[in-house]
Ligand binder design. Structure first.
Ligand code: ADP
Ligand code: 5GP
Length: 203
């Protein structure tokens, strides 16, 4: 059976463990493609162009928007972030699942334009645990952590608009459940249009 891949949108508060869980999932699912976003923010130490992000200028990003080269985009902390459309369409057509790790505003744009996209919201087991993880990661100042905790409350309010909630209690368990959700999501009738039409159009 030849099917397109599934477009998977993965969101959740900063520090909920999106990167960690996705890393674990991709280790055992090398057939899935991670969509490398474009951004105007500066690379952090250890980040590489084309691996973590495509790091571009504001001029280039605005050109990408004007030419329709991004599937969705947003501004976050004064910088542009967006998902390059070309590679996503190519990978989906080749039958690969494509995973977008993006914030809630971009996720809602994807939901609007691609109703068949599968939206998964990652949350930590508790607010206190989120605070512990952000502090433990040690990549932001105290003020930045407070800002992210405040943002987390707003982001959590968007969770009901997603298809599934993934509680990241332990990493291996969450990565395993993510695999189950992606598999289950493929068989919702709304994502089986081609399959169902194919049957009806058969001679
Ligand atoms: P995000 O990508 O959502 O911002 P990260 O993947 O960077 O979050 O995780 C935030 C911090 O929490 C990291 O230090 C990571 O090692 C830790 N972490 C992630 N998942 C878990 C988990 N299930 N249990 C304990 N710590 C975790
Ligand atoms: P960071 O600067 O910490 O890497 O990312 C900041 C936020 O931007 C995170 O919530 C991340 O998920 C989100 N993000 C990363 N890439 C994209 C993208 O292409 N589009 C949107 N809408 N958000 C993105």
């Amino acid at each position: 059976m030849n099917r397109n891949g599934t477009l998977v949108v993965f969101s959740g508060p900063s520090g909920s463990g999106k990167g960690t869980v996705l890393g674990e999932y991709l280790k055992s699912h090398p057939e899935a493609a991670f969509s490398v976003s474009a951004t105007t923010r500066r690379p952090r130490p250890g980040e590489a162009d084309g691996v973590n992000y495509w790091f571009v200028t504001r001029e280039r990003f605005e050109e990408m928007i004007a030419k329709g080269e991004v599937l969705e985009h947003t501004q976050y902390n004064g910088n542009y972030y967006g998902s390059p459309a070309g590679p996503i369409r190519e990978q989906l057509a080749a039958g690969r699942d494509v995973i977008l790790e993006i914030e809630v505003d971009g996720a809602m744009q994807v939901k609007e334009r691609f109703p068949e996209a599968l939206l998964i919201f990652v949350m930590p087991p508790s607010f206190r645990e989120l605070e512990r993880r952000l502090t433990g990661r040690g990549t932001e100042s105290r003020e930045e952590i407070q800002g992210r905790l405040a943002a987390a409350r707003q982001e959590m309010a968007m969770a009901p608009r997603y298809d599934y909630i993934l509680v990241n209690d332990d990493v291996a368990g969450a990565a395993g459940r993510l695999a189950g959700l992606i598999q289950a999501g493929k068989w919702v009738p709304a994502r089986c249009g081609e399959l169902l039409r194919g049957f009806l159009e058969e001679e």
